[in-house]
Design a protein around this ligand. Sequence first.
Ligand SMILES: C[S@@+](CC[C@H](N)C(=O)[O-])C[C@H]1O[C@@H](n2cnc3c(N)ncnc32)[C@H](O)[C@@H]1O
Length: 274
Amino acid sequence: MLKQDLADISSQKLLHAKAWAEVYELIDVQLSPLGLGAIKKLGLSAGDTVADIGCGAGQTLLQLAEQVGTEGQVIGVDVAPLLLEIAGQRTKPLSQVRLIQADAESLDLPSESLDVVFSPFGVMSFNDPVSAFTNFRRLLKPSGKLAFSCWRALEDNELDHFPLSAVGIRAKVDETPFSFADPEYIHGILEAAGFEEIVIQSHDEKVSSGDLDAMTSVLLKVGPLGKIIRENPALRATSEPRLRQALAALGDPSVVQLLASVWVVTARTKAAPR
Ligand SMILES: C[S@@+](CC[C@H](N)C(=O)[O-])C[C@H]1O[C@@H](n2cnc3c(N)ncnc32)[C@H](O)[C@@H]1O
C-alpha cells in the first residue's frame, strides 16, 4: 500500500473508521445496493483505470475490479489505515487493485491518468470541495467521467432520523454527511471545478443490514446516532433497548428496512480540443 503525505487524520475520522471496521460486513449489505446504482452509471469498460475515493473496507473495489478486468486498474484511496487494511485483505488476489492511503483532497497521481473517478459516500467531508474536485478533474483524461453518491438531507433519510427519534436523543446532529444535500451546491462545486454535463439524480431505496440484531448493531455504531453514542458511550445502555423496540415495531424482524435517500451525481471533464 502506498502512503501519501497525510494531513492530520482527525480523531473523529479514526473513531469513525474503527466503528465502521467493526461492522463493515453488515454495512456492505446495507450500502452495496446504493453503491451499485452509481457504478451502473459509469459505463465502465475492460481496461479502464478508475479511482475509488473513500473506498473504506473495499466492497466497491471488488465490484469495480470485476468490471475493468485484469487489463484495467482500480485505485482505492482512503484516509483510514484500518479500513484500507481490510480492503487490502479482501482484494489481495486481484492484481488490478492498488491502494493508496491519502487525503483524497490532495491525491497526488499523474495528470490525465484516470478514465473514471468514483466515490460512494466519500466526498462529503472535504475541507475545500472545489479544490478537491479541481484536483479530480486534473487527474481525469479529457472526457473522463466522475460519478459519486451522497446523502440527501437528514429529514429525507429515515435511515438516519428514525434511530434518533426512536431513542429520543435531542443532541445536535453532525451535519457533515449531509453537506451535499443541496443539488445547487453540488452543481456549483462541479462547475467551479471545471466539470460539464452535470447530472444530479435522486434515488430512494429501502436498505437493510439484515435482521433486527444486525440493524440495531449497525445503527448504534455508524450514522448520526452511532456518532453521538461513540462520543457519549454512556448513552448506549438506554439507547439500545429503545432502538430495538422501535425497529421491531416496523414489522418483520428478519429483514428490518429503512428508507435511504441519495443523490447519484455524474459529470464529465471537457473533451480535448480537436
Ligand atoms: C461513509 S464511508 C464510505 C465507505 C465506502 N465508500 C462505502 O460505501 O462503503 C466514507 C469513507 O471515506 C473516507 N474519507 C473521508 N474523507 C476522506 C478524505 N478526505 N480522503 C480519503 N478518504 C476519506 C473515510 O475514511 C471512509 O472510509
